[in-house]
Design a protein around this ligand. Structure first.
Ligand code: C2E
Ligand code: MG
Ligand code: MG
Ligand code: MG
Length: 283
């Protein structure tokens, strides 16, 4: 557990915990390809609801049912996949999986309906993703208007020109585009005048602070206002109680998602649950 990496007399101590976590990281990094071929990944779906309580879409959120570690969450393995150059394979798997699930989703939900897929910055650097999406949509005979792609503002801005090109093509095909985790990065707002997106997603951090911080309420209101002035729709994430939903509704937020309605759940459970939420259910 000792290394002399920093020279004579200086020791870095590796605790058993650090060794374990390093081992876990390596096993995850090296297991992605096998995991994809062995179907160890699963998509969970979380509903998005409009102000009438109607389910207008779902967000696809990936999990890894790992043979050794059990259910592994995306915040742990997505960065590892990005670092190891494996994210493209995961993204393709997700797109294909949602295409396969689409007929079932559409049968369960009412129309209009969109399933949202998260993209990472690495996906946008390759010009091949658009071709993959186009051919996969064609092969599964799905309507692009039933899809939305979510990307964080930092991922979008990593390569602004390529992102713009990619999303213009995606938008022309009929897919919607959402800017995820809006307001949590360090970017300036000037890029907003130069991009074509449909939706701003208000990050959970703002929603969490609605009841405790007047400043968060003001900033959240201002974000919704900004989106409206740009003719964008607004979706807030992480709604856990009625007070938060009420505030967001009153300030013009169009759609919400959060544990108040449902946690992300497997497809089989989703289509067993209601696709409409009556206000009485929350009383
Ligand atoms: P995200 O896209 O911002 O997704 C929202 C996250 O917030 C999800 O976490 C969701 O389970 C969680 N969430 C939603 N409502 C609530 C709530 O009311 N309370 C709380 N405490 N949490 C809520 P999850 O599924 O762990 O995903 C985390 C992140 O991993 C996602 O953030 C997204 O950035 C990334 N991710 C998930 N699936 C994919 C994927 O297929 N591809 C890529 N590239 N990234 C993905
Ligand atoms: Mg998202
Ligand atoms: Mg988000
Ligand atoms: Mg978020």
């Amino acid at each position: 557990y000792r290394s002399k990496a920093r020279g004579r007399g200086s020791y870095t101590l590796f605790t058993p915990d650090m060794v374990e976590s390093h081992k876990r990281k390596l096993l995850l990094a090296n297991g992605i390809e096998k995991g994809l071929t062995n179907d160890e990944f699963v998509l969970y779906y979380q509903v998005k609801v409009n102000n009438d309580g109607r389910v207008i879409g779902v967000e696809a959120l990936i999990r890894w049912q790992h043979p050794e570690f059990g259910l592994v969450m995306p915040n742990e393995f997505i960065p590892i996949a990005e670092q190891g150059g494996k994210i493209t394979a995961i993204t393709r798997w997700v797109i294909k999986r949602v295409c396969i699930d689409m007929p079932t989703l559409k049968q369960w939900a009412s129309s209009p309906f969109r399933a949202s897929i998260n993209l990472s910055g690495h996906d946008l650097r390759s010009t091949q993703l658009f071709d993959y999406i186009y051919s996969t949509f064609t092969a599964h005979n799905v309507n692009p208007e039933n899809f939305e792609f979510e990307v964080t503002e930092s991922a979008y801005l990593e390569n602004f020109a390529l992102s713009n090109k990619f999303f213009r093509r995606i938008g022309n095909m009929g897919c919607a585009i959402a800017l995820d985790d809006f307001g949590t990065g360090y970017s300036s707002l000037s890029y907003l005048t130069q991009i074509t997106i449909d939706t701003l997603k208000v990050d959970r951090q703002f929603v969490m602070e609605l009841q405790t911080s007047e400043r968060s309420r003001l900033v959240t209101g201002a974000i919704i206002d900004l989106a409206k002035r740009l003719s964008l729709s607004v979706c807030a994430e992480g709604i856990e109680n009625l007070d938060q939903w009420d505030y967001l509704k009153q300030h013009g937020c169009d759609n919400v998602q959060g544990f108040l309605f449902s946690k992300p759940i497997p497809l089989a459970s989703l289509i067993d649950s209601p696709c409409h939420f009556n206000s009485e259910e929350f009383a």
